[in-house]
Design a protein around this ligand. Sequence first.
Ligand code: ADP
Ligand code: ADP
Ligand code: MG
Length: 454
Amino acid sequence: MKNKILIANRGEIAVRIIRAAKELGIETVAVYSTADESSLHVKLADEAICIGEARSKDSYLNMNSVLSAAISTGCNAIHPGYGFLSENSAFVEMVERCNITFIGPSSKSIAQIGDKSSARAIAKANGVPIVEGSDGILEDVHEGLKIAKKIGYPVMIKASSGGGGRGISIVRSDEEFLNAFERTSMEAEISFGDKSLYIEKFIESPRHIEIQIIADTFGNIVSLNERDCSMQRRNQKMVEETPSPVMNDILRRKMSLAAVKLAKAINYVNAGTMEFLVDSKGNFYFIEMNTRIQVEHPITEAVTGFDLVKEQIRIAYGKELSFKQRDVKMNGHAIECRINAEHAMKGFVPTPGKINNILFPGGIGVRIDTHIYPGYEVPPFYDSMIAKLIVHAPTRREAIKKMRVALEQFVVEGIHTNIDYQYLIMHNTDFIKGQYDTGFIARFNVLVEAENRE
Ligand code: ADP
Ligand code: ADP
Ligand code: MG
């Protein structure tokens, strides 16, 4: 039987996966909603099939539609990308039952460690440090209140099925707790169809540092080292870089060992990321595992030279990882800026609409992963990320300079984007020194920064 992959996603990641499959000589099928008829992934795939209306729940989240599309087009594998159904263990179980290869971990692994509260328990059982908090899901608001009192404010209430920075609230007092609990529980129910919550102590000004791992079915598990994703707005990543400016060999080794140990403990297969918070003293705490390819994977590809999506596909089809731990070297420095269709100067409101013209930056060490093109209309129904700009240079300093030039030469006409905002970050003194934490953007005064540039 010929290999053929259905891509259960849209946007830049669908395009990214199509490219990897094509390079491997594998046919691809795109799925799309009525709002995405003229999207690039539809044009680039060998076949395309409409799976429903614009709203995600009627198309990209509709498990039956996605599966039917795979079966009717004769696909023997599904790549889920990120978001949508990628971490849905019920969906993956359906895929497995249909004898279709899921390009990712097993439904069992996802159920075990994709759930954030259960992931904490696994980490704890394996001696990997976690943030102080509740043991498992909260029974009710009273139990929550008791735990919050015990560990002390501020605390975070987090949705166990949460992702993309949503379903998280900071609580600073008993008085705030009741409201925050209700609100977060409702948001979790609406966004993730699961209202289970847990609590973590709020760590002040941490860095978000994650470890990329990849494992095959032969028992090889490799760490591809860290990515620093501390540049965040409302718990959502905006800029990522590797190596982390605060990393050293000892910490890197310790965190990599912890990540590999966790993956081994659950017989994890395929690509995955262990996310940690690192405090100012260099203590690290596991927060969650993402059981899928991540948005920021290209910076790891840049410094290691390995194509993670191709490896994902090869592993799913039963091949051995094409490299060993000793082959993983970090060459130079890579930075990614997420380019979003949003008005950064006006509270980051989304700015869907027609892109009249585009000029992409280029040159040595510049990569753009995107689905936009001149004349493309950004639909209002999905995530606002329209492109990822990735640079790679011998040193961090050179990477920052390259990113500045690339942002300067990146022109998008017709809609507002955050390109100017990213440009200001790349000129900020603290960023240049590598001294920033997850609270940076909240403190960043864009108007003052802009004036300083003039
Ligand atoms: P990464 O961890 O790869 O950096 P993000 O957290 O930025 O990814 O999420 C990437 C996309 O996937 C976003 O559109 C986000 O809303 C979506 N997403 C992530 N996790 C979930 C989830 N559990 N449920 C629904 N959507 C999710
Ligand atoms: P998601 O599943 O939405 O990605 P995470 O649990 O990974 O959620 O948290 C997203 C971000 O929220 C983290 O990168 C970090 O900036 C912040 N965060 C999460 N937990 C804590 C915590 N206990 N203390 C401080 N910040 C946190
Ligand atoms: Mg996360």
